[in-house]
Ligand binder design. Structure first.
Ligand code: FAE
Length: 541
């Protein structure tokens, strides 16, 4: 199994490199140049997967292993080619066109410092790796490219608390998840933990140790947070033996080294099966079902300027949606509201949440230095989730600015029961999120209760200069969009879309708005569970 996987990985990685070197948008272990020949692309494929994030990558691998020829459509590009600076991804401090999805200016989460607009930079429009999807009172950050969110995220690989998992997804057998699918997901994703002795000694995590000290003064416990960043690599970075990535401020616009993103794990293995092909810069726009039961996806192929250069119709026997909470929900909502798939459940477009995300920052005393050098991968969290009166899991986040700033930054995950809904806007042919500031207030109140305690005991204050509008809490964006097509409601208990045989949801859209920790391990494990069942039942018929 292991050597097989290694061989597959190598084959897959080889395919990725060849495609990248030739500038192809079609990637497969079949000779890529031949596959790119005009007219060679088949219009029909047994399985079609939309998107290439966690749910999609798991699904593609398991379909490929089962011998099912599978095509993956990804709207972003393959991130494997060095730019003029010799790097695949641009730096965080001097971002260029590679940073964001068709923008003229970057839109970083922490937009200001000392109230000054010094963080964001002008860029030229390009299919960059990070997108910020803006709705009225909520923005959603997502990754774009082969690997989806894995290209831009903080790598924190956290398994949810079992009781809360069961509360959120009561129809899922928790024994099977915790005995089989969570361990499988962690192993496949390459999850590892920081060496505690190194953590205690290194300057790169001084910021985390300071926050731990302040939390412990009010009796709050901290826990180590696992990650998919290779901590062995990070130690070599610190020792000057490896090119710096997490220690060079890289994260939200991509890591050039060290991170086990999906293109190195699941997707490499999927391509290595020889049955999976990925088409990049293809945005699925519409889907319909033919009278013979096959699905047809209309996809726009864009160029690097964003211009639609071709529109393709691709038919498949089975269609797997892995375009993320926003992308998958929009495709289904559009299909239902335009009457193309009228039998879809009225639960499509409901139960959305941002996982109770809220960011905040504290100003430390002059003697509590956080260090000019900070690793971008968080490894500690304040775990107060079992506090029934105010459950919060707050990650101690880095703010690597290259100079001492005395700031402690946090991403708090709160238990927010509010849920948003999506409505289809015919004028723009898009899904609109209905979410209000008042719904975010629940998260702010919970985070404030926790950090007021820490501030009071340590005689510290909030920072008001970082999030715009003089706000000490960033409550208007999330990194963790969840829901929109929830398991057991809009789908059956294994992601089969109700009212549409042969159509499946594989991604974060299945989770009802909240999971209490960073979500990608849960999304991965759930996808593993669901595709196993679908292969055993639907493909056996
Ligand atoms: P996702 O990974 O979003 O993949 C969807 C893919 O589909 C993307 O590649 C899209 O480009 C593509 N797509 C969308 N629409 C279409 C279409 N119409 N046609 C073709 N392709 C399409 O989906 N989570 C953690 O657990 N730990 C962390 O440390 C963490 N940090 C984060 C930091 C940042 C800055 C961000 C943005 C997210 C972070 N997350 C983190 C969240 C995590 O990345 C996210 O939950 C998963 O990526 C969601 O996985 P999905 O499979 O749902």
């Amino acid at each position: 199994m292991t050597s097989n996987l290694t061989r597959r990985h190598l084959l897959g990685l080889g395919a990725l490199q060849t495609a990248s070197a030739l500038g192809l948008t079609r990637i497969g272990a079949v000779p890529a140049a031949r596959a790119e020949t005009p007219g060679a692309a088949a219009d029909h494929t047994p399985a079609l997967v939309i998107g290439s994030g966690y749910g999609a990558a798991v699904t593609a691998l398991r379909l490929g292993e089962a011998g099912v020829p599978t095509l993956v459509l990804e709207m972003g590009r393959l991130w494997d080619t060095a730019g003029p600076d010799g790097k695949v991804f641009c730096s965080t401090t001097t971002p260029d066109q590679r940073s964001m999805w068709f923008r003229t200016r970057t839109e970083a989460p922490l937009a200001q410092f000392l109230w000054l607009d010094v963080v964001n930079k002008n860029i030229s429009p390009y299919p960059g790796v990070l997108d910020r999807v803006r709705f009225a009172d909520m923005s959603v950050y997502v990754g774009r490219g082969v690997g989806g969110g894995s290209l831009v995220n903080g790598g924190m690989a956290v398994t949810p608390q079992r009781a809360y998992f069961s509360e959120m997804l009561p129809s899922v057998d928790a024994d099977a998840m915790y005995d089989t699918y969570f361990p499988r997901a962690r192993q496949m994703l390459g999850v590892n933990t920081v060496n505690p002795a190194w953590f205690e000694a290194t300057e790169w995590y001084r910021f985390a140790r300071i926050s731990r000290k302040h939390a412990s003064k009010v009796g709050l416990k901290t826990v180590f947070v696992p990650n998919v960043y290779d901590f062995g690599y990070m130690e070599r970075e610190a020792a000057g033996q490896a090119v710096k990535s997490a220690l060079a401020g890289e994260v939200i616009y991509g890591n050039n080294h060290g991170k086990r993103s999906l293109d190195r794990t699941y997707l490499a293995a999927a391509l290595g099966t020889g049955r999976v092909t990925v088409e990049t810069l293809h945005r699925a726009r519409a889907l319909r079902r033919q009278s013979d039961g096959r699905y047809v996806v209309t996809a726009d192929r864009i160029d690097l300027a964003g211009k639609v250069v071709a529109t393709r119709e691709l038919s498949c026997d089975r269609l797997f949606l892995g375009a993320g909470s926003l992308g998958t929900t929009e495709l289904l909502l559009r299909a239902r509201e335009t009457g193309v798939l009228p039998d879809l459940s009225d639960r499509v477009g409901t139960e959305w949440g941002g996982n109770g995300n809220v960011m905040t920052a504290r100003a430390n005393h002059i003697w509590d230095t956080v260090g000019a050098h900070q690793a971008t991968m968080p490894v500690l969290g304040i775990d107060d989730w079992s506090n029934a009166a105010n459950p919060v899991f707050a990650e101690i986040a880095p703010l690597p600015m290259g100079f001492e700033h005395w700031i402690s930054l946090y991403l708090a995950i709160t238990r927010n029961p509010e849920r948003g809904t999506f409505t289809y806007d015919a004028a723009t042919d898009s899904a609109r999120l209905n979410w209000t500031r008042a719904q975010s207030q629940v998260s702010v109140t919970a985070a404030k209760k926790l950090f007021d305690r820490i501030n009071l005991r340590n005689a510290t204050i909030y920072r008001y200069d970082l999030f715009g509008g003089n706000k000490p809490f960033a409550d208007d964006f999330t990194y963790h969009p969840l829901g929109g097509c929830v398991l057991g409601r809009a789908t059956d208990d294994y992601g089969r879309v109700r009212g549409a045989p042969g159509l499946y949801v594989t991604d974060g859209a299945l989770i009802p708005g909240s999971i209490g920790v960073n979500p990608f391990v849960t999304i991965t494990a759930l996808a593993e569970r669901n595709i196993e069942r679908v292969l055993a039942e639907d493909y056996a018929r």
